[in-house]
Design a protein around this ligand. Structure first.
Ligand code: C5P
Length: 222
């Protein structure tokens, strides 16, 4: 299965990264978290106090930035210009601004090119919003993961609590819905399922159940 490409798309909190990481591990493929790349650019733009509505500065920033995704012992590591930012890119300020950055066409052009380069030889499980539609339209397996807003907020809530933060469930729901709206309604590569994607509603399903369904789909392709 080493050359297989698996595209996993869906809204925020649908469980994409947890599931994609597991699928990659079980099949011996490389996991690519494309959301982390948009977050990395957002993080750097905030650090450099760049006006996020200013297309030219963001375009220059994305062209100059080196992003590396590395699977380390403690999960996936994200490096920006030689600095480890895996935790920093999950900060609330990054989360609330990332959709605006991801809506800029030049940011998408540069990052999509990087993502396609990472998948050139196949052998990847990639998750995001436009993987099946734009980044890897030829992927052998395309999955669109969804879950109810309550379930997605609950999962994010537990994730934050595990990492030692206290957070309000209603605020989380609002943040997730707002991000979904922006991602679905943007002009460039909006969040939507590819025509040939398999839809999986993960509400009430365990990680293992979702992973098994995707592994089963992969088996039909070899
Ligand atoms: O997956 P994650 O929630 O970390 O993604 C953060 C944001 O990055 C999304 O809300 C979306 O705005 C953007 N994104 C995107 N295209 C992708 C992956 C993420 O626009 N392929």
């Amino acid at each position: 299965m080493s050359r297989l490409s698996v595209a996993i798309d869906g809204p925020a909190g649908a469980g994409k990264s947890t599931v994609a990481r597991q699928v990659a591990k079980r099949l011996g493929l490389t996991y690519v978290d494309t959301g982390a790349m948009y977050r990395a650019i957002t993080w750097k733009a905030l650090q450099n106090r760049i006006d996020l509505a200013e297309e030219g500065s963001l375009a220059q920033l994305v062209r100059e930035t080196r992003i590396r995704l590395k699977t380390g012992r403690r999960g996936m590591e994200v490096w920006v210009d030689g600095m480890l930012v895996s935790e920093a890119i999950r900060a609330p300020a990054v989360t609330s601004n990332v959709s605006a950055v991801a809506g800029q066409p030049e940011v998408r052009r540069v990052l999509v090119e990087k993502q396609q380069e990472l998948a050139r030889e196949g052998g990847v499980v990639m998750d995001g919003r436009d993987i099946g539609t734009r980044v890897l339209p030829e992927a052998e397996i395309k999955v669109f993961l969804t879950a109810s807003i309550e379930e997605r907020a609950r999962r994010r809530y537990h994730e934050w609590v595990r990492r030692g933060y206290s957070i309000d469930m209603e605020d989380l729901k609002k943040e997730i819905s707002m991000r979904d709206e922006k991602d679905k309604n943007r002009e460039h590569s909006p969040l939507r399922p590819a025509e040939d994607a398999v839809h999986l509603d993960t509400t009430g399903l365990s990680v293992e159940e979702v992973v098994s369904s995707i592994l089963e789909l992969c088996r039909t392709k070899v």
